[in-house]
Design a protein around this ligand. Structure first.
Ligand code: FAD
Ligand code: FES
Length: 251
């Protein structure tokens, strides 16, 4: 992990309220899928914003972000040539062992972005089915990446793109048709992950989820990001996660 000085190469709208920003780092960076960066947006915003690494190629790293509050609003206004500090790579990321060949990706909302990095890392060596839920047609993004998966099922909350259902329902439907993965990797809003947890427990499927918590330091020091574990202990999402075995976390 390093605090990189990064220069924006481009910062473009890719869907309704969603942007992709590419930074050029001072030197090459190696990152595993599911890891994240903590991005400084400068000004009065002292706390950095944690965003999943979507793509890393040599010195270039791309993040996709939804404009939510002041920090991401500020990031949206930053153009090519502007500089920022980014701590990366942070967190543990997703790791798929050799013996797990059939992978299901289940993602919703901003949770689709770390799953794109899984596809980029494992797409050529694993059989990947992606079940991706968007709010509506305007929010659809990353399609050109997900279409590289063995199977890609996109759904929306209002039925304006694909079937009207959420990502967990799309996965459950395919599962009922006999398409059973070796492991499920997921990221999305907590209610989505809760529904997925119930499904994988009932189906006895291994599953790893990437959690989103409010963060401060991003490196395990401030304890802002702690979550409850099923064994009664606490874990730091930034350092012990953000990826956890779904059995181990309270959702
Ligand atoms: C590991 C990880 C990966 C993430 N990846 C992405 C991604 O790829 N794309 C994306 O759009 N968003 C992602 N998020 C969520 C993103 O960090 C928040 O949406 C963002 O920090 C909101 O900042 P803001 O200043 O615009 O909003 P505000 O609500 O004004 O933020 C105020 C403070 O709360 C924190 N905060 C607010 N919401 C969240 C949240 N959901 N998670 C963590 N901190 C939050 C901010 O860091 C800031 O310190 C990720 C979060 C985590 C923890
Ligand atoms: S954000 Fe500081 S410990 Fe996790």
């Amino acid at each position: 992990m390093k605090d990189y000085l990064a220069t924006i190469v481009k910062n473009e709208k890719i869907a309704e309220n969603i942007y992709a920003v590419t930074f050029l780092l001072e030197e090459d960076c190696k990152a595993r899928c599911g890891q994240f960066g903590n991005i400084s947006v400068g000004g009065t915003h002292l706390l950095r914003r944690p965003i999943a690494i979507c793509k890393v190629e040599g010195r270039e790293v791309t993040f996709c972000y939804q404009v939510k509050g002041e920090g991401t609003q500020k990031l949206k206004t930053m153009g090519a040539g502007m500089r920022s500090r980014i701590l990366l790579p942070l967190g543990n990321g997703f790791y798929i062992p050799e013996n797990e060949q059939k992978i299901a990706l289940v993602g919703g909302g901003v949770g689709v972005f770390p799953l794109i990095s899984v596809l980029r890392e494992y797409g050529k060596t694993k059989e990947i089915s992606a079940y991706i839920g968007y709010r509506n047609q305007g929010a659809v993004c990353g399609v050109e990446e997900f279409e590289k998966a063995t199977k890609f099922i996109a759904v929306t909350d209002d039925g304006s793109y694909g079937e009207k259902m959420n990502a967990v329902q799309a996965f459950a439907k395919d599962l009922a048709m006999g398409n059973r993965p070796d492991v499920v990797l997921a990221c999305g809003p907590t209610p989505m992950l809760r529904a997925l947890k119930a499904l994988v427990e009932a189906e006895n499927l291994p599953c790893y989820v990437s959690l989103e918590e409010r963060m401060g330091c991003g490196i395990g020091a401030c304890l802002v990001c702690v979550c409850d574990m099923t064994n009664g202990q606490k874990a730091r999402v930034c350092k012990d996660g953000p990826v956890f075995n779904v059995k181990e976390v309270v959702l």
